[in-house]
Design a protein around this ligand. Structure first.
Ligand code: GLN
Length: 239
């Protein structure tokens, strides 16, 4: 493993931090440090330039207004596009997922996205609020995804991205699939925060960022218990 610090950027805490997704930065940093990797977490506000040289960029959820402003500033900044071109990992949650696509709706207005993922979001008939669960794309080799969703948008995937999961509970993109990924870019509707509830997903991002095929296992008893509890609750509710 490199002795250089793993650099994690938490994008726009002043705009895209409404739903507790900052926990994803804490989880990544903790799981990396537990494996002996030095980590640097940078919080970059929306009035600052985004460094293009970090390993992992996290874009969190947000209400419509901050989401639209965040997308405008990220497009104007250009740092995230440069980072992606250099092979950085990007993890977007909800608003941060939608704005990675070509367009999304905020406050009834269609807004331009960053065009980093082949997807676009419109508005659904009602707000999707509640437990979210799904079976993750088998190519990623991860256990089932669980989380909590709270969004008005619905997301439609183009041919250049793959769904992250097939829905077993909740709505996700459109009631059938949830999230999307391509290369080292991954988006999800899962709050909770997603990486606290799905530590194997955190390790996937760490493996993408470091090039490691495997990471030493950690004790994930509590998140495993929560996942099993939520899966049982979903199965019981459907029976
Ligand atoms: N504003 C977006 C929507 O309602 C995203 C919400 C969120 O990030 N939780 O769809």
């Amino acid at each position: 493993m490199s002795t250089e610090s793993l650099r994690i950027v938490w994008i726009y805490p002043d705009l895209l931090s409404t739903y507790g997704d900052r926990g994803n930065a804490l989880i990544l940093a903790r799981r990396a440090r537990q494996r002996g990797m030095p980590v640097e977490v940078l919080e970059v506000r929306s009035d600052e330039r985004l460094p293009a040289t970090a390993d992992i960029y996290l874009v969190g959820g947000g209400e419509d207004g901050p989401q639209a402003l965040g997308a405008q500033r990220l497009i104007a900044d250009g740092g995230l596009h440069r980072a992606v071109a250099q092979g950085s990992v990007v993890f977007g949650v909800c608003a941060g997922y939608q704005l990675l696509g070509t367009s999304f709706f905020a406050k009834g207005v269609q807004c331009r996205g960053l065009e980093l993922l082949d997807l676009q979001s419109d508005r659904g008939p009602s707000r999707a609020v509640g437990e979210l669960a799904g079976e993750i794309d088998p190519r990623l080799g991860l256990p089932a995804l669980t989380g909590f969703e709270n969004h008005g948008g619905r997301t439609h995937l183009g041919p250049e991205v793959s769904p992250l999961a097939r829905i077993t509970a909740g709505v996700g993109n459109d009631g059938n699939t949830e999230g999307a990924w391509r290369g080292k870019l991954l988006g999800t509707y899962s709050h909770g925060p997603a990486l606290a509830r799905n530590p194997a997903l955190a390790d996937l991002l760490l493996r993408w960022a470091t090039g490691a095929h495997q990471l030493p296992p950690l004790d994930d008893t509590w998140s495993d218990r929560l996942r099993n509890e939520r899966r049982s609750a979903v199965a019981a509710a459907r029976a």
